[in-house]
Design a protein around this ligand. Sequence first.
Ligand SMILES: Cc1ncc(C[n+]2csc(CCOP(=O)(O)OP(=O)(O)O)c2C)c(N)n1
Ligand SMILES: [Mg+2]
Length: 536
Amino acid sequence: MTEKSTVRSVTYDLLRSLRLTTVFGNPGSTEETFLQEFPGDFSYVLALQEASAIAMADAFSQVTGRPALVNLHSSAGVGNAMGNLVAAYHGNTPLIVTAGQQQRELMIGEPYLGNREATTMPKPWVKWSYEPYRAEDVPEAFMRAYAMALQPPAGPVFLSVPLDDWNKPLAGPARVRTVSDRVAPDAERLALFAGRISASRRPALVFGPEVDRSGGWDAAIALAEKLRAAVYGAPLADRVSFPEDHPLFRGPLGMSVKTISDRLAGHDLAVVIGAEVFRYYPYVPGDFLPAGTELLQITASPEAAAAARVGDALLGDAAIAIQALLDLVGEGATRTAPEPMARPRLLPPTPSSPLTPPEVYAALSRVRPPDSVIVNESTSTMAQQIEWLPTIQTGSFFATASGGIGWGVPAAAGIALADRDRGVTRPVIGLIGDGSSQYSVQALWTAAQHKLPIVYVVMRNEEYSILKSFAVLEETPGVPGLDLPGLDIAALARGWGCRAADAGTTQELEQEFKTALSAETTTVIVVRTQPQKAML
Ligand SMILES: Cc1ncc(C[n+]2csc(CCOP(=O)(O)OP(=O)(O)O)c2C)c(N)n1
Ligand SMILES: [Mg+2]
């Protein structure tokens, strides 16, 4: 007996064709008509709260290189998801976020759990938001959502689907279409840029997240070496796009108008590829560029190009652009290669108690497997992480793209699920602050249920340390709510089903870390640390 063809069966067939067979979500009554008789070749990844569902799907999509599907519950679920939706938007992640809507017949009377103005709610953090006018349009709406999400600049889209649509009869199949996910830069303008780069005496290259995302890692190295250019990491980057141990790497550019401008002094040309100009934060006034420095920007995002405060922009895929520039620019043989950056790697002469973040990272540098991937959400220790645990391979560093915390814990789970999906085995290391560990903490349950090979190292400094540094910068003494006493994170982690341990010394940390690597499930190691003064 063949199953009768419905909106649901036609949509699932379409999702299959689009390889959208993993659904991240948290279900409600308005989604059960979609989820009924869930097909055996699909998997449902249950998140216990929607912030976790979005961040897991975000990282899953980034690592698989394909759009990912999220199913949320009506307005309440979308509300919980919003913070991490902002990160997916800034990270150009092609997420198809869906939510159930109440029965069409009830909507005029404002029913319980109805999603009023459903398509407005996720804006402006989706590229497209839609509720089909007819049940029969649901599959085509998914096809359009997929095309919208994937085309550059990629990003999340939203579909609201009334619960009574799914069982409506509909003849299939849906029309499957393909679209492109990269756009080449205009050749004439690229040649112009190449000319200006070749003529530069002392160019600086700034590689941003789009480079790693587009697969431009190797080409970026080749371009830097051909030009003999200093390379800087883009401010507040959510992906690392250049080996941080490379002799041409000069460290991150900085974050504020002033620090960035100071850093670029002496370069006659800054070439920013795959990044905003710039992700400024906090506000420290200065000139946008030092005198005598010009700026070129190449990005796939018209929004980022338009919002740049300075410079000349060119639209296009970062990897394609770098590859093309490699052929167009002249060899930089006459340039003196920049001095390698200082890496003082200073540790206290005798072990501290509690440990300092550099001691923690030094210990991890001794036991970290070279193929491991890092998710960083330890807000006050970013500089120390680059110093001790530099990213040296493509696709192996992840952080929130929005600045919202509560992304890292679930993102680590999404990365591990994606690795499993694509047959890659590598440990995922989550470097998480004690404060940051609490926003989407229930993702630990999903990680444990799936036995994901994640080692979370939580630095328990018992405070929102970075906010104390900001209070000094902003000259705002007496801010309440910056201390976090009495938070037993190891006990919480056990409660979600993870292995957990407290480590007080570097020996304990290294031992627990090595045990965790062979544990074949998720471990949370909590290290009591001293606060770290952040350079802002
Ligand atoms: C969703 C969200 N809420 C609040 C903040 C503000 N915020 C930024 S950093 C931070 C503290 C992070 O503390 P912790 O993770 O312990 O790291 P530490 O600074 O101590 O290293 C907070 C609350 C934020 N970025 N995102
Ligand atoms: Mg803290």
